[in-house]
Design a protein around this ligand. Structure first.
Ligand SMILES: Nc1nc2c(ncn2[C@@H]2O[C@H](COP(=O)(O)OP(=O)(O)OP(=O)(O)O)[C@@H](O)[C@H]2O)c(=O)[nH]1
Length: 376
């Protein structure tokens, strides 16, 4: 087995300013969350004028698309060297597009982590899937991230005909190929992720099988390249980042060099609490909740006071999320506060209130907050 690198300290405290959203005046329009989701907090980064922006710079979008749970958010965090997107072992964790900014040398890459692509029936699911495809459509480079561990474990060792490629994965591959063949300019990498979960001697079989599926789905014809990687342990990630960088077109940077994301702090804070709720709550319940930051205040002593509503659809769900004597919500709050303090580099006072809001999945405001299309 290859010796895999240890996972990075994804939660090492970033420089605080990196989390602030400070768009420069743009040559092209960056996809952004709706105005309503922007915080009113001032940015500590003085927005440089265009005259200060280095010339001969490169800037573009790289979309990470793929089925649910394939490791897109893990890859984004790895590319940025710290945690931005929430990661859980459950499917459909990412609800909206999350932009992570990687600026080095003369190039700024705006990585777009997207919701997983899966057969969508509900309004929320349709909006999530649409958001993923929209990100791919605006990208200069597309990475299809797929989970080879699933493929490997569902198949039988050393019999490549039995290595099952899930239907969702094939669908994504075929659709990206079709767009490229029809003239979409973005170059494509097929990132075969979680290769650490496949014994080294078995990897050639996985690779061979992947090529066969690329042929079948049209990705070979579309010029896509296969890239084996482990987002969790970092293998192949630097090579992937270099490939992306080289595909960015010439243009001014869209964000200051030090920024890490365009995500407003209110949304970032809600995402952290949502991740903890996903981890603490069992089965389907995490999918039934939404978290809304209702206030976010920098206090005079340097700490931050955040209040959030945890929205559930029914009274019975409220009881479970609250727990006996408030034990469950306290656990979620404690975990979220701990992480927010690390991420924001300050003491955080987090107040969570569980509320029943029957139809939050039909509430247009929620979708606007996440930058999703209510009418998808
Ligand atoms: N073994 C292994 N596990 C990984 C790797 N990358 C991600 N995972 C795990 O896979 C699970 C899903 O990872 P995410 O990054 O949340 O996947 P995602 O594609 O963003 O998921 P959605 O939000 O559902 O679309 C988590 O438990 C990760 O720790 C990898 O390279 N190797």
């Amino acid at each position: 087995m290859t010796a895999f690198l240890p996972a990075p300290a994804l939660l090492s405290p970033p420089r605080r300013s990196r989390y602030f959203y400070t768009p420069l005046s743009c040559a092209k329009t960056a996809p952004q969350p709706s105005q309503s989701s922007q915080t009113s907090q001032p940015s500590p980064v003085a927005s440089p004028s265009l005259a200060d922006t280095p010339i001969n710079t490169f800037c573009g979008f790289a979309a990470l698309v793929g089925p649910s749970n394939s490791g897109k958010s893990t890859l984004l965090n790895r590319l940025l060297g710290q945690k931005l997107a929430i990661v859980t072992p459950k499917v459909q964790t990412t609800r909206c597009r999350i932009a992570g900014l990687a600026t080095s040398d003369a190039t700024q890459v705006v990585y777009l982590d997207t919701p997983g692509i899966f057969p969508a029936s509900s309004r929320l699911a349709r909006a999530m899937v649409k958001s993923a495809w929209k990100s791919a459509a605006s990208a200069d480079a597309i990475a299809i991230v797929l989970d080879v561990a699933v493929m490997f474990h569902e198949g039988r060792r050393q019999d490549i005909r039995k290595l099952v490629v899930p239907k969702d994965t094939e669908t994504v591959m075929a659709r990206v190929a079709e767009k490229r063949i029809k003239g979409h300019q973005a170059e494509i990498k097929l990132c075969a992720n979680k290769i650490d979960a496949v014994p080294e001697e078995e990897r050639p079989f996985v690779e061979e099988r992947m090529h066969a599926v690329m042929e079948k789905t049209g990705l070979e014809e579309a010029g896509a390249q296969l890239h084996m990687m482990s987002a969790r342990y970092g293998n192949g990630v630097d090579e992937f980042a270099t490939w992306v960088k080289e595909r960015m077109p010439m243009g001014p940077w869209l964000y200051p060099e030090d920024d890490l994301t365009d995500m407003p702090s209110r949304l970032l804070a809600a995402e952290v609490s949502r991740e903890k709720a996903f981890m603490v709550l069992k089965q389907e319940l995490p999918y039934e909740i939404a978290i809304e930051t209702t206030s976010y205040k920098d206090l005079a002593d340097g700490s931050i006071r955040i209040t959030q509503d945890v929205l559930v659809a029914r009274k019975s769900q409220k009881m479970i999320v609250t727990g006996r004597g408030g034990a469950v919500i306290k656990e979620i709050s404690m975990r979220a506060r701990h992480e927010l303090a690390e991420v924001l580099g300050s003491t955080v006072h987090l107040i969570l209130t569980v509320k029943v809001r029957g139809k939050w999945k039909e509430d247009r405001r929620q979708y606007e907050q996440w930058g999703l299309d209510f009418n998808a």
